[in-house]
Design a protein around this ligand. Sequence first.
Ligand code: AMP
Length: 275
Amino acid sequence: MRVIQSTEELREALSDQESIGFVPTMGALHQGHLDLVRRAAEENRVVVASIFVNPTQFNQTEDFDNYPRQVDRDLELLRNVGCDFVFVPEVREVFPEPDRQQYDLSPVGDVLEGEERPGHFQGVASVVKRLFEIVGPHRAYFGLKDYQQYLLIKHLSESLDWGVEVIGLPTVREPDGLARSSRNQRLDKEGLRIASKLYASLQYIRDRSAGHSSEQLEKMGRAYLGAFPSIRLEYLKVVDPLTLRKPSPDDGSQPRRALLAAWISGVRLIDNIEI
Ligand code: AMP
């Protein structure tokens, strides 16, 4: 496995590769990331992972500063799952100059996370586009934990002809259901216990989906989480899985998706489920 910091060196190393699978990450790796790398290794000749905490997608500098960084450990984990190249660039390698392009995020990037975190998806779009340019992957792997991000990148790749097949893989969870996330490291034992209630609330509404409208399910989910005062819910929405808008019909006869964002002890977590 080669660890590369320079854009030029990576481009050169990958120039004649015919089948490149790419897994972009922000590091502090866990099983969720490693599953993406394993799948990429199954489906491609060469696997590239990147570790880059992208400043342009954080709308709060505190969140950026507190984001866990543990590159040596990450490299050790990647070595064991079939990764060939790890790209660990400085900001100036990825953005020699700021990307001034405004991406059209509609229809999937302007609701939910797009509303709650202004600028976040512009930052995501810009770093993914840039990393795709540098790596030149044939396939790129994303987790459905960040369901809206996956939909947005798939949409952008198709509508802007980025020429990359965007593949989404299921959320990897702790035994108690909590979605694995680099941010979980910032929770203490009690915080982690409470955080498992987020997925429990999604399962709760999934199990009551039939015959209930999205609004009724959202209300049930809010009531469920209301029993835990240390959870501050930002949103819980039940939507059409492709448009992320109000489902139609809205009675459980078609697939719907429930998505939420919540704060626990100053840490923002997201999760979602098909219902
Ligand atoms: P991040 O490092 O948080 O930016 O995540 C990098 C990639 O890993 C993204 O495509 C995430 O959706 C994916 N990912 C993060 N957590 C999980 C998880 N628990 N299960 C599956 N994929 C995940």
